[in-house]
Design a protein around this ligand. Structure first.
Ligand SMILES: NC(=O)c1ccc[n+]([C@@H]2O[C@H](COP(=O)([O-])OP(=O)(O)OC[C@H]3O[C@@H](n4cnc5c(N)ncnc54)[C@H](OP(=O)(O)O)[C@@H]3O)[C@@H](O)[C@H]2O)c1
Length: 339
């Protein structure tokens, strides 16, 4: 028996206060189309920065109007299927990944856009799509090789802790940056050769003293002053991957008075490369499969932040928690299905 209605979490207006701009609404049950399935979401991943940018109407590459559904990735079970769907059956565990599909009790998904998984566990949310983004970003955009020196910012975060391990497993020297000694210990346990607590150490001075040849890949999702430091410390043919700018989200753009970027890049043949995963969709399925295999083989440690957030009501708290930099690993919501 399916419910006649279910709940979802939506953005009602653009603004600056996440709690005030969002609410939970009920929506009627819909049967799947011939090539679709209905998934009962069990856990949803929290992308605080993305949610925050949606609220501020600052996501450049998708145009949307309010009200709009929030949440991207989820894991759950197939509960209904269209007549053409042969790839899964009712009860199968799946991961899904589409804007507007995460923060809701049920979702309709195209059967071609779901990933079969063993169990709908929160750990999967560190891999699909967060880990996929990290993997595609470091491999395809960063053009990661072996024997390189790779620095990763927010290394204890949802994205960063996967990138750290991928860089290490590829045979590189990995530097992880994080905001506390506890997080630094964590990233060292994941294989970082050097962890830098940017709240107590001068990152620029450390890099210049300990890595005079420079950094081959700086994988950055923090931005701000750290971005400048990475640009200044790139090695010859170094690549700085812009994978986000968490420290600048919601703040006025800083006007930086400096020479044009070529002055820092040309004589090193270095480059700064923007990366946002929707532009690399052709690499998603392979990356997801390889990450899942790695995880199921025990070759990848995945970190789910231990703070519990339950039900759609907890989403604003979870977003605030992540935006305050308090998390270690991926922040997830457990959907409660009791309302
Ligand atoms: N390019 C892509 O396709 C792609 C895909 C997924 C995510 N992203 C981006 O990657 C970033 C990480 O996402 P995530 O969901 O995995 O988050 P996260 O890294 O788990 O959490 C954000 C982390 O940023 C760090 N941080 C540094 N300066 C901060 C500041 N001023 N305020 C708040 N936090 C600060 C904090 O850790 P420390 O204090 O330890 O540094 C915090 O834990 C986001 O910017 C997101 O938009 C990009």
């Amino acid at each position: 028996m399916f419910p006649q209605t279910y709940r979802k979490f939506i953005l009602t207006q653009f603004g600056e206060d996440f709690r005030a701009c969002t609410k939970i609404v009920t929506t009627p049950w819909q049967d799947p189309g011939p090539d679709e399935v209905v998934v009962k979401n069990i856990y949803a991943g929290v992308n605080g920065v993305y949610d925050f940018n949606m609220m501020r109407n600052a996501v450049d590459y998708i145009k949307f109007t309010v009200p709009t559904d929030l949440g991207i990735e989820a894991v759950g079970r197939v509960v209904a299927m269209g007549r053409n769907v042969k790839t899964v059956k009712e009860g199968d565990a799946v991961a899904t990944w589409k804007v507007g599909s995460g923060y809701r009790d049920y979702q309709i998904a195209a059967a071609s856009r779901i990933y079969p998984i063993r169990e709908p566990s929160p750990e999967i949310l560190t891999l699909i799509p967060t880990g996929v983004s990290g993997k595609v970003g470091i491999e395809r955009v960063g053009e990661m090789k072996t024997g390189e020196t790779i620095a990763v910012s927010a290394a204890a975060g949802g994205l960063g802790h996967i990138v750290v391990q991928l860089a290490k497993q590829a045979g590189n020297h990995v530097i992880g940056l994080a905001g506390s000694d506890e997080k630094c210990a964590l990233v060292k346990s994941l294989g970082c050769d050097r962890a830098i607590n940017y709240t107590t150490e001068d990152v620029d001075a450390v890099l210049k003293a300990e890595y005079p040849r420079g950094i081959d890949i700086a994988y950055d999702s923090v931005g701000g002053r750290l971005f400048d430091i990475f640009v200044d410390n790139l090695a010859i043919r170094g690549r700085l991957v812009i994978s986000g700018y968490t420290s600048e989200v919601g703040k006025p753009l800083q006007m930086v008075n400096a020479g044009r970027p070529w002055t820092k890049l040309y004589f090193k043949s270095a480059s700064i490369r923007g990366f946002i995963n929707p532009h690399f969709q052709e690499f998603w399925p392979d990356a997801a499969e390889r990450l899942l295999t790695s995880y199921y083989n025990g070759a990848l440690t995945v970190l789910v932040d231990p703070t519990p957030f339950t039900g759609l009501e907890a989403i604003p708290d979870a977003v605030a928690y992540l935006m305050a930099g308090r998390n270690r690993g991926k922040v997830v919501i457990k959907l409660d299905h009791t309302n």
